[in-house]
Design a protein around this ligand. Structure first.
Ligand code: SAM
Length: 257
């Protein structure tokens, strides 16, 4: 179970360093935007978990005359984005948990980049968001999936089997089963490398993506060193740690019946 207060706190802490460290999320935004056709029309667009606005920049370019609503659970993230886009008059900002939100508007496009892995009940959220689509509207999103950080998980488990460090990474099969109209657009494995476990964990923390679960045990330096030893012996290349990110891209089109 993901604790929302922790998600808020972690992402709020990461707001100022996010852009510097969010390499994978930036890549996901780049891929995700390739699946969306722009328009000069005045559309209604919602972005869920907009963070520092990495994906919003694409929306502003592709849909210059649209009304764009951004929702994020972290106030600092929203503040950061508000400042970044202060010259734009077509953005509205909403602070809240998108899993537990009564949207009143219908949207032509709902997007979310790299945020849905933080949702506890993604199936319900996808159904809710589908309800908020105007006829012919689309939900397009990217998500971190099962297999992400698998080397870290294995190394942790070798040293401390009780440690459960991360957000929920669902499988493609699991997500596809949430709604019959979900279409898989791309399935990608993206590797990163870090010089040691400390720089890897620092980068996770700097974007606010550290654990949001309850009763997390304190990790001692000694334990981290043992985890790093396992990691290095099994998953290193040219002296660096290899990190797997499994990325999925989906689309759901609301058809008129
Ligand atoms: C990894 S960041 C992605 C940010 C941005 N979409 C990007 O492409 O860089 C995840 C974002 O989702 C937000 N978030 C997490 N859970 C949320 C929820 N339940 N409702 C709204 N926003 C949420 C976080 O505050 C954070 O800004």
């Amino acid at each position: 179970m993901i604790i929302k207060e922790k998600v808020k706190k972690n992402f709020s802490r990461g707001a100022k360093t996010y852009d510097e460290y969010a390499k994978v999320q930036r890549h996901m935004a780049f891929v995700l935007e390739s699946f969306i056709d722009g328009s000069d029309k005045k559309l209604n667009i919602l972005e869920v978990g907009s963070g520092t606005g990495i994906f919003t920049e694409y929306l502003l370019e592709k849909f210059p005359h649209s009304e764009i609503h951004l929702i994020d659970i972290s106030e600092e993230m929203l503040d950061y984005t508000r400042e970044k886009f202060k010259s734009y008059k077509n953005i509205e900002y909403f602070l809240g948990d998108a899993e537990d939100c009564n949207f009143t508007k219908k949207y032509d496009l709902i997007v979310s980049n790299a945020s849905f892995q933080w949702f506890n009940d993604l199936e319900k959220s996808i159904k809710n968001l589908k309800n908020q689509l105007a006829d012919g509207g689309q939900l397009v999103f990217s998500i971190f999936a099962q297999g992400t950080y698998k080397e870290l998980r294995d190394s942790f488990n070798e040293v401390d089997q009780e440690y459960d460090f991360s957000q929920k990474f669902r499988s493609q099969k699991e997500i596809s089963a949430y709604d019959q109209d979900l279409e898989l657009l791309d399935d990608e494995v993206y590797y990163e490398s870090y010089k040691d476990i400390f720089s890897f964990l620092k980068s996770i923390k700097s974007i606010g993506a550290n654990s949001a679960k309850n009763q997390q045990k304190v990790l001692t330096y000694g334990k981290l060193k043992s985890i790093e030893e396992v990691y290095m012996s099994r998953y290193s290349r040219d002296g660096n740690l290899v990190v797997t990110n499994h990325l999925l891209y989906f689309k759901l089109k609301k058809t008129t019946h």
